[in-house]
Ligand binder design. Structure first.
Ligand code: SF4
Ligand code: SF4
Length: 402
């Protein structure tokens, strides 16, 4: 049993965590809830001879294991817990323990882990394709200000976000480099599913690769990569020897110092979704909002559930990999909240959230645009020369209608 005795003793069984749990909404079974799982863990931890006499057998069975992994790791339960159980860490400790006992993870998680070990990304894609998204117009600087860490999802599945992030930084005059095929998975998908033994090696590799390039900082658009490299590498290997920024933190400074200039007024109403790994886990709530408010013509409208109380999109913690249909259902609920604000665009700051929220929008037949903040900035900083003249647009429209 991991070091969770204090938490098990402290739980009041009050149930405040039940109503905020997105997994419980999808699987309305008490034993799925944080309260139910804490109760069961307490029974496992505190066996007495009386239990044997009364034949009150409690064991780690398949249903309990599934309940532990049927959790997005959103930490919404942590924000309402009356005894301040730090659930973001708590669930990861429990998962790691189950894996050590040979009782977990889910088969989908084992596959992710094997692919990460073999190909350095959870999609099983070849390393030589990893940097294929890099925009040709950006020179790779040998003495870069920033190594742009694209992450696996933006490298292989959402390349438009990696491109947007790099182009925006380039437009602000930032000297950039990437690691290309030498960028390895940050290991977030493995860590979140209790498979912690590869993080040391992967962290060491990624940190060395940035150091070798002599960059002053590492910047990323992915909330999961940000949480892992800035918060978890120190636990499993060592904190990076250079500053790690989420894209929004770095870009806000570029805007404030007038290095990134807006060229376009967007005239859009947008609402912002806090990724769990950036917000509740990483403590970055205001920078994305400040960036959005600085874009000319953007009106930011908040969903009722925001910041610490933000509703999870359903993608995290290995939940999407193992229970995709449920993850998309959760995303659909979040999209409904976005639609209720009257926003034209649902903006977030993580490629994996974009991926799942788009699936949620599709499920309910909504055509709301779901974008990463880098894509909105790309639109708002488009250089004059790249703008398509209005006359050309009209001509193209006329040709299409003819
Ligand atoms: S972390 Fe989120 S999904 Fe997991 S038990 Fe807590 S509220 Fe439920
Ligand atoms: S909110 Fe905290 S104290 Fe209350 S049941 Fe949930 S875990 Fe236990």
């Amino acid at each position: 049993m991991p070091d969770i005795k204090r938490e098990l003793l402290a739980c009041l069984q009050c149930g405040y965590c039940v109503r905020v749990c997105p997994s419980y909404e999808q699987t309305p079974w008490e034993s799925i809830t944080p309260r139910g799982k804490v109760y069961y863990l307490n029974q496992l931890a505190n066996r007495s001879p009386m239990d044997t006499i009364l034949r009150r057998g409690v064991k780690i069975d398949d249903e309990f294991v599934e309940a532990v992994f049927k959790c997005t790791g959103c930490a919404q339960c942590e924000t309402v817990c009356h005894v301040n159980i730090e659930f973001a860490d708590f669930w990861e400790k429990v998962r790691e323990w189950l894996v050590e006992q040979g009782k977990g993870p889910m088969p989908a998680h084992s596959k992710l882990y094997e692919r990460i070990k073999q190909t350095k990304n959870p999609y099983g894609e070849p390393a030589e394709k990893r940097g294929a998204w890099w925009p040709e117009e950006i020179p790779r600087s040998p003495q870069a200000d920033v190594v742009f860490f694209a992450g696996c999802t933006a490298s292989y599945r959402m390349q438009r976000i990696a491109r947007a992030g790099a182009l925006v930084l380039h437009r602000a005059g930032v000297k950039l480099d990437i690691m290309g095929g030498e960028e390895w998975c940050c290991t977030s998908p493995a860590l979140r599913t209790g498979q912690t033994d590869i993080t040391h090696e992967f962290a060491q590799h990624n940190i060395r690769e940035v150091e070798t390039r002599g960059a002053k900082a590492m910047v990323m658009t992915c909330a999961g990569c940000y949480k892992t490299t800035s918060h978890d590498y120190g636990t499993y290997y060592s904190n990076p020897t250079f500053p790690v920024y989420h894209f929004t933190q770095y870009v806000l400074d570029l805007i404030k110092s007038r290095k990134l200039k807006f060229t376009k007024e967007l005239n859009l109403k947008v609402t912002y979704h806090d990724p769990c790994h950036l917000g509740r886990h990483g403590g970055v709530f205001e920078e994305p909002r400040e960036v959005l408010k600085k874009i000319p013509g953007v009106e930011l409208v908040e969903m009722p559930r925001n910041r610490m109380g933000s509703r999870c999109c359903g993608a995290g913690g290995g939940y999407k990999s193992a229970f995709n249909d449920l993850a998309v259902n959760i995303a659909a609920e979040r999209v409904k909240e976005a639609l209720a604000t009257g926003a034209d665009i649902l903006v977030t700051t993580c490629p994996f959230c974009v991926l799942n929220l788009q699936a949620g929008a599709k499920q309910i037949g909504s055509n709301i645009r779901v974008l990463d903040i880098s894509e909105l900035l790309l639109e708002a900083t488009e250089p004059e020369a790249e703008k398509v003249p209005a006359a050309t647009v009209e001509k193209a429209k006329a040709a299409t209608n003819a």
